[in-house]
Design a protein around this ligand. Structure first.
Ligand code: 26V
Length: 817
């Protein structure tokens, strides 16, 4: 009895209300009559948590007893989105909670709106991690997600006169009912200092790391509930705190103020998420973050998840650490250090274990996004790890020379340590990982052929692909309730955990009745987002428009500027009388995008979009025809309302640049058609939905490479294409900038003279594809048919399928019940 988990409260409206009022009284310390919305939200969260608790304890008990192989997902980012709706869905409490709260005179929607989402990620990579842990829990696979509990997540974006201004994201300020801190399970993490050689008792030379300072990692546990399956996995996020030793050392020097500053210094490590998502800055604090969470996580697993006396030679049987990009790669020398310095392993034994414990996922192709840590910085912060990296490199290069005798140049190219640059983390991950995967077929191929060609020549079998996916629970079932109901009524509800079953909807694309219902739901979703944007941003969305959406981080390679050129071109043609306003198909373009605070071009692009939007929206000439909405602070919560309302999904990166994209999948699953290049997962989406239901444009990746090799000259496109010239000239005319002809020089001159991502080269093709969009949209029957087929044919993009692929191709384990 002592070990049996506490039972869940009764699954009834009565039971729920009782639990809720109890939580309100005992946790918040208020009676219902005097409770604030936040009190009620907190009590509701605790109530739902209580229903999950027994399952969590039971899951942990089973893991403890059966000792299954576990996936340790190591990710510096988790972009979780709101927790409440997902927890209610996972426990089948949505209706009960709504009714119960209504009995208390509370509208559940008000409480849902109270939740601040934990924005502990930048974009695709962090959101992917959140989808993956959801799928693993739903598929009953043991997994612990490890990461950082940033006190401030991704900044809150505001616009001041059209310019992005960043505000701190104070997501913890009203309390955080979903986390369980465990200060008693804190872990110490060392930094700095030097290493010493000494002779051990066995007469062997050993190395001792003498660190200079340390911090504590305090774990905060989060529940990761599977969908209606009784499993609750754990997400463990680490928060940095000063250690006693840290305090005392300085306190003893008599300098109290300095001691307090030291505290702040330690706590800085988990203070804030770095908002750059493509250009690593080589900042010391970021390396501290990376080592901090990885060291905590390995220590935690080895000391607390393995039984006493466990033989670490068998570690690969109990865990695979999946490296989500290079951010956690310092885990490789950390495990080597633990095995050699703390457990007396010989080099070969340690490497054998280490190289079977890790697998690496690459999420980019941009050369500037690949992390390289300067050796002096690494050596200063982690002197022992740098030594181990040199040793790993020596062993590795010996293997290369053996495989390619006499080919010194090759060894030089492949060296983990590049002279003059530093430690190439992607190389280290590739050398150490059992497997290396890209995130879509095209990306994996380019990874093999262009980013890591020497490595794929050496170890062809190491490389594999797992195409990304998204969780259907959050991105269809929760975000599109009406569509979910229609699907349930048509094919039953099995699709929520078996998304390929959406295929059964294909025949209904030809059913006028079904099409009408589908169209009605799309219209309802448009009204829902219109209501939200009116309240949230004071933006008015017109009725009856094609809703054209481009939401993603602002980056030149994603080409928001190309979308903007299309808009300005339409405007220019109307202004100059080339076309009548009545010929422009009624369309609302919605942007959602944050720029890295230090990325000047991205910020200028945001500024320009806002100015173009303000000008066109205010000009009666296009009234009712073209509207541009750019709500600030795009995040998961907004995505959940916006994506279901979209008719058209903009996936217009330069071919070969977007590793996968995952927004593209969410749109297709919610019945939007894609206008896109042959890039990332777009390639696979188009293959599945069929050419007729996808608007392809632009150069292919080989064509891009060819044009680049020839020497790309954007100015020649500007000179040769009168409409393109007129469009860019309109921006420079000052109409969008109160007559200031130079305000947007940075963007315009860059497009005309650099245009690294070849927007001008794809302009014509893009505009032509947009004309096809208009033509198709005019035939609503045909459009809705395509939209339904998009939904029916993209079940492949469930993250459940991605997880099955990882299990088969990388983790070599089957779900353990
Ligand atoms: C990179 C960096 C560089 C150092 C500074 C901090 C930081 C933070 C995040 C990143 C990751 C950028 C890579 C990324 O998000 N890639 C995206 O991954 C998605 C999931 O696989 C994929 O769908 C997108 O195509 C890809 O851009």
């Amino acid at each position: 009895l002592a070990t049996a988990p506490v039972g869940a409260p009764p699954h009834s409206v009565d039971g729920f209300v009782k639990e809720f009022l109890h939580e309100l009284n005992t946790n918040q310390g208020v009676p219902l009559s005097m409770s604030s919305v936040n009190d009620q939200y907190m009590a509701l969260a605790s109530t739902v948590r209580n229903y999950l608790m027994a399952r969590w304890l039971e899951t942990n008990r089973k893991v403890h007893e059966n000792k299954p192989k576990t996936i340790g997902y190591l990710s510096a980012e988790y972009l979780l989105g709101r927790q409440l709706g997902n927890a209610l869905l996972a426990t089948d409490l949505s209706d009960i909670a709504e009714k119960g709260l209504a009995l208390c005179g509370i509208d559940i929607a008000t409480l849902r709106a109270q939740e601040v989402e934990p924005g502990l990620g930048n974009g695709g990579l962090g959101r992917l991690a959140a989808c993956f842990i959801d799928s693993l829990a739903t598929m009953d696979v043991p997994c612990v997600g490890y990461g950082i509990r940033y006190e401030y997540g991704i900044f809150r974006q505001t616009f001041v006169d059209g310019r992005q201004v960043e505000q701190p994201d104070t997501w913890l300020s009203l309390g955080s009912p979903w986390e369980f801190p465990h200060p008693e399970a804190s872990v110490q993490v060392d930094f700095g200092g030097h290493t010493e050689r000494y002779i051990g008792e066995d007469g062997r030379e050993r190395v001792r790391w003498v660190p200079a300072w340390n911090v504590l990692g305090v774990p905060y546990n989060y529940m990761v509930p599977g969908y209606l399956n009784g499993r609750v996995n754990t997400l463990r996020l680490w928060s940095a705190q000063a250690t006693k030793a840290f305090d005392l050392q300085i306190f003893n020097s008599g300098d109290y103020a300095q001691a307090v500053r030291a505290q702040t210094f330690a706590e800085n490590i988990s203070k804030v998420l770095y908002p750059e998502d493509s250009t690593p800055q080589g900042k010391e604090l970021r390396l501290q973050q990376q080592y901090f969470f990885v060291a905590c996580s390995l220590r935690d697993f080895i000391d607390h998840s393995l039984e006493d006396g466990f033989d670490l030679h068998n570690l690969p049987e109990r865990i695979t650490f999946q490296l989500n990009d290079t951010h956690p790669v310092i885990a490789v020398p950390e495990l080597m250090r633990i095995l050699i310095d703390e457990y007396d392993f010989e080099w070969d034994e340690a490497w054998d274990v280490t190289s079977r414990c890790f697998a690496y996922t690459c999420h980019t192709l941009l050369p500037e996004a690949l992390e390289v840590w300067p050796t002096d910085l690494l050596g200063r912060l982690l002197p022992r790890h740098l030594e181990l990296i040199y040793q790993i490199n020596d062993h590795f290069l010996a293997e290369v020379r053996e495989a390619f005798p006499g080919d010194d140049l090759r060894a030089h190219h492949m060296s983990i340590i590049s002279h003059g640059q530093g430690v190439r983390m992607a190389f280290l991950a590739t050398v150490a990982g059992t497997k290396v995967n890209g995130v879509a077929e095209l990306h994996s191929q380019l990874l093999r052929d262009k980013v890591l060609p020497d490595f794929s020549a050496l170890w062809p079998e190491k490389f594999t692909n797992v195409t990304n996916g998204v969780t259907p629970r959050r991105f269809v079932r929760l975000s599109n309730p009406k569509l979910s109901e229609l699907i349930n009524d048509t094919i039953g509800n099995g699709w929520v955990t078996d998304l390929e079953r959406l295929k059964e909807l294909e025949p209904y694309a030809d059913d006028p009745e079904f099409r009408a219902q589908f169209a009605e739901i799309k219209a309802w979703n448009k009204h829902r987002i219109a209501d939200l944007l009116r309240a949230r941003d004071g933006i008015d969305l017109p009725d009856g428009h094609l809703v054209d959406v481009m939401v993603k981080r602002l980056h030149e390679y994603k080409r928001q500027s190309l979308k903007l050129l299309h808009i300005v071109s339409l405007y220019e043609q109307v202004l100059s009388g080339k076309i009548a306003a009545s010929e422009v198909m009624p369309r609302t373009v919605v942007f959602g995008s944050k720029a890295a605070p230090g990325y000047a071009m991205a910020k200028e692009t945001i500024h320009l979009i806002n100015k173009v939007a303000a000008t066109i929206n205010a000009d009666p000439i296009l009234e009712g025809r073209l509207k541009i909405a750019f709500p600030a602070n795009y995040n998961v919560t907004l995505a959940e309302k916006l994506i279901p309302a979209a008719d058209l999904s903009e996936q217009i990166s330069l071919a070969g640049m977007e590793a996968s994209g995952t927004g593209n999948m969410k749109f297709a699953l919610n019945g939007a058609l894609t206008i896109g290049t042959d890039d990332g997962a777009n390639v696979e989406i188009r293959k599945l939905v069929g050419d007729k239901h996808f608007f392809l444009f632009g150069m292919s990746e080989p064509e891009v490479a060819e044009l680049g090799a020839q020497g790309y000259n954007p100015h020649s496109y500007y000179d040769a294409n009168p409409q393109l010239k007129a469009t860019l000239d309109l921006i420079s005319s000052g109409v969008f900038s109160n007559g200031d002809r130079h305000l947007f020089d940075m963007v315009v001159e860059n497009l005309k003279n650099q245009d690294r991502f070849m927007a001008l080269a794809d302009f014509d093709s893009y505009v032509a594809a947009q004309a096809k969009v208009e033509e198709r949209y005019a035939d609503q029957d045909s459009w809705m048919r395509s939209a339904i087929l998009n939904m029916a044919r993209t079940g492949y993009f469930s993250s459940d399928r991605s997880m099955r692929d990882y299990l088969q191709r990388i983790w070599h384990t089957t779900p353990m019940l």
